[in-house]
Design a protein around this ligand. Structure first.
Ligand SMILES: *[C@@H]1O[C@H](CO)[C@@H](O)[C@H](O)[C@H]1NC(C)=O
Length: 170
C-alpha cells in the first residue's frame, strides 16, 4: 500500500512536470486550456488531501469556517475570487508544510489548476484582494498555526468547489 502510494505520487509528479514543461504555452505564448488535465489534477488532489490531513494535527475548531457557503457562489462565478483562493492556499497554507515532497506536489498541482483555469476562461487579472478572500485571510491569521490545520481540513470543501467549477466549463 505504502509502496503503491509512493509510486503513485512519484508518477504523478513526473506527469505534472511533463505537463508544466512541455506544452505550457502555445507558439503564440498563450497558455492552452486543457480541461482533461484539470479533472485529472483535481482527482489526484483528493488522494493527496487524505494523506495531508493525516499528517497534520486534527482541526478541532468547529465554530469557525474559512470557506463559507456564500464564498462558494463567488468562487463559481468570479475568476478573481477563484484565483485568489488558490493563491491563498499556495502562499499561506502549503508553504508551511514540512514534508518537502508533499509541499512541492500540492503547490505544483494548484499552480497547474490556476494556469489552466485562466487559460480555459481568460480573466482580467485583479491586483486588488477581493473582500471574500480578505475575510478568509483575516480569519486564517487569527487562528495562527491552527489556521493551517483548518485550511488543510477544508480541502474537503475546496476540492468539491473546484470540481463543481470544472464541470461548468467541461
Ligand atoms: C469579482 O469580485 C470583485 C470583488 O467583489 C469585483 O470587484 C469584480 O468586479 C468581480 N469580477 C467579476 C468578473 O465579476
Amino acid at each position: 500500500m505504502k509502496v503503491y502510494s509512493i509510486f503513485r505520487s512519484g508518477h504523478f509528479l513526473v506527469l505534472l512536470c511533463l505537463f508544466t514543461v512541455e506544452g505550457k504555452k502555445s507558439p503564440t505564448g498563450k497558455h492552452i486550456c486543457r480541461k482533461g488535465l484539470l479533472s485529472q489534477v483535481t482527482e489526484n488532489l483528493y488522494i493527496k488531501a487524505t494523506s495531508l490531513k493525516s499528517s497534520v494535527p486534527k482541526d478541532l475548531i468547529k465554530n469557525t469556517r474559512l470557506l463559507k457557503k456564500t464564498t462558494k457562489v463567488l468562487f463559481m462565478t468570479n475568476c478573481s475570487v477563484r484565483d485568489q483562493v488558490l493563491s491563498f492556499y499556495v502562499k499561506n497554507v502549503f508553504s508551511h508544510l514540512e514534508v518537502e515532497s508533499e509541499k512541492l506536489y500540492v503547490i505544483s498541482a494548484f499552480q497547474v489548476l490556476q494556469e489552466n483555469m485562466n487559460a480555459c476562461l481568460p480573466c482580467a487579472p485583479s491586483t486588488r484582494l477581493t473582500p471574500a478572500v480578505k475575510n478568509i485571510k483575516t480569519t486564517f491569521l487569527k487562528l495562527g498555526e491552527k489556521g493551517i490545520y483548518k485550511a488543510i481540513s477544508e480541502l474537503d470543501i475546496l476540492l468539491p468547489w473546484i470540481q463543481a467549477y470544472i464541470q461548468t466549463i467541461l
